[in-house]
Write a protein that binds this ligand. Sequence first.
Ligand SMILES: Nc1ncnc2c1ncn2[C@@H]1O[C@H](COP(=O)(O)OP(=O)(O)OP(=O)(O)O)[C@@H](O)[C@H]1O
Ligand SMILES: Nc1ccn([C@H]2C[C@H](O)[C@@H](COP(=O)(O)O)O2)c(=O)n1
Ligand SMILES: [Mg+2]
Length: 238
Amino acid sequence: MWRRVTSVSHLTFAHKSTVNKNACTFKCWESFTTEIPRKEKTTYQRAKTPFITFVLGGPGSGKGTQCMKIVENFGFTHLSAGELLRREIASNSADGIMILNTIKEGKIVPSELTIKLIQKEMELSDNYKFLIDGFPRSEDNRKAFEQIFGAEPDVVLFFDCPEDEMVKRVLNRNQGRVDDNIDTIKKRLKVFTALNLPVVNHYLEKGKLYKINGVGTVDEIYKQVHPVFSSFHFEVRV
Ligand SMILES: Nc1ncnc2c1ncn2[C@@H]1O[C@H](COP(=O)(O)OP(=O)(O)OP(=O)(O)O)[C@@H](O)[C@H]1O
Ligand SMILES: Nc1ccn([C@H]2C[C@H](O)[C@@H](COP(=O)(O)O)O2)c(=O)n1
Ligand SMILES: [Mg+2]
């Protein structure tokens, strides 16, 4: 079952909170068993209504891991903003050096650039269901997306995970990422608290946020994620 929760005090983490105190009255769906309120019977179909899910959470909170399971079960196309940026670095494009330096510093790449990469992938895809992982990372990302796409996400997943667990996972990841070192992780966590939590709160206000407890095994966490999507009516691809 999903219940609407009214307190966001648990979002303050170890840092000084940027959470809006008024957020206490906002809507947020938090799971405690597997039942979930039925959504309106909108049918999502390519060329008519793209179904957009933003996937938020701190570094190492498990966004990419859970996205793989959503793809397997619901046929979404997974677009990781970080992965698109890393691909851009690898392609030696004109922006590559700037992106690399920004990522090394744990900072956020200019919104227009990231959105351009996301938009290109969406246009190349014949799918209509998208997981946009690691985006929006800031209010600037969010506003620029809404302005350029003229659309808001249908669902926002937020993986809520303690910092010590996130640090442990990132340091054990072993994928050769330039930002998986303790100095950059500390910077990424600060940026997450300062810039990403306001985005989380924005979607909390809008009643679009599904807060997932990011602690547990991959399967335990996915048990909270699955009912979010099984409550929607996706049409068979045309
Ligand atoms: N529930 C879990 N328990 C233990 N380890 C996990 C869990 N989920 C993911 N991991 C591992 O933790 C690491 C980080 O996970 P993942 O890459 O999915 O995080 P992320 O949120 O996408 O991070 P980033 O924002 O840095 O890309 C990976 O090595 C992954 O295998
Ligand atoms: N919207 C985004 C997403 C990512 N980045 C940069 C900064 C992140 O630290 C890095 C890695 O992203 P991740 O793979 O952890 O999602 O990519 C950004 O600037 N803007
Ligand atoms: Mg990731």
